[in-house]
Ligand binder design. Sequence first.
Ligand SMILES: CC(C)(COP(=O)(O)OP(=O)(O)OC[C@H]1O[C@@H](n2cnc3c(N)ncnc32)[C@H](O)[C@@H]1OP(=O)(O)O)[C@@H](O)C(=O)NCCC(=O)NCCS
Length: 243
Amino acid sequence: MLELLPVHAVHVDLVGTDQPDAQQRQERYVALLSAEEHARMARLVFERDRRRFLLTRALVRTMLSRYAAVAPQDWTFIANVHGRPELLDRPAGVPDLRFNISHTEGLIACAVTIGREVGVDVEHVGRRLTHDVPARFFAPREVADLNAVPEPERDKVFFDYWTLKEAYIKARGFGLALPLADFAFRLAPPSPPEISFEPALPDDPATWQFAQDWPTPVHRLGLAVRRSGPDLAIRIRQVVPQV
Ligand SMILES: CC(C)(COP(=O)(O)OP(=O)(O)OC[C@H]1O[C@@H](n2cnc3c(N)ncnc32)[C@H](O)[C@@H]1OP(=O)(O)O)[C@@H](O)C(=O)NCCC(=O)NCCS
């Protein structure tokens, strides 16, 4: 059944990669893939990666189809020069749907909105990282703020910065072609995250809305969306892609 996606809303759907209901639907998900997606999936060596790839495609296709009278298998995609998948063509009457995908151990996320730049990142906070990551990639102010966090919490707070930084570069569509030290987040919960930019990266902080969530106790989510007016309504929920 079609669902209305309000212009002033961002919907984020999440699916657990070990969700039994999703596992049971695998054959039906395979039928949604394009020839190119079949080929990409076949090139993946590990069963676990193939399952995640399939579930990701099923999530994106079924989610988009909730907002437009297009069957999940009929969407066509193209990657921008930095690798971001986008809709190749939009049949008449279909809204200007924009989406972004993220996956990490145990969880896949897809954010959808209309006519806006949107980026999402999910990370498993148990992920092992080398301790020089902030010094190498974060802005100096972020490194200082992170170092001021008491040791037991620092690893978790690290993922606050990481997921927001990823969400921003993904919303812009540049991926890592955008230098991560050219913008900085200031985190002062419960206030929403604020961003600032170096002159090398001209952008307007007032046009960005950021959100964070803990969809599970071990998954941190960061969301970035550009909006011109008041804050957008953000809905985050767990689903099983329905075919
Ligand atoms: C590719 C990148 C955009 C995201 O990578 P990631 O965080 O490892 O992976 P995610 O699961 O969150 O995102 C992958 C998805 O992003 C999308 N994507 C790919 N390139 C993108 C781009 N340029 N812009 C937006 N989205 C992009 C794709 O849909 C991809 O999934 P798919 O291949 O299944 O379609 C890029 O930011 C990257 O390589 N990051 C590496 C991690 C890192 O060093 N982070 C430092 C943070 S401080």
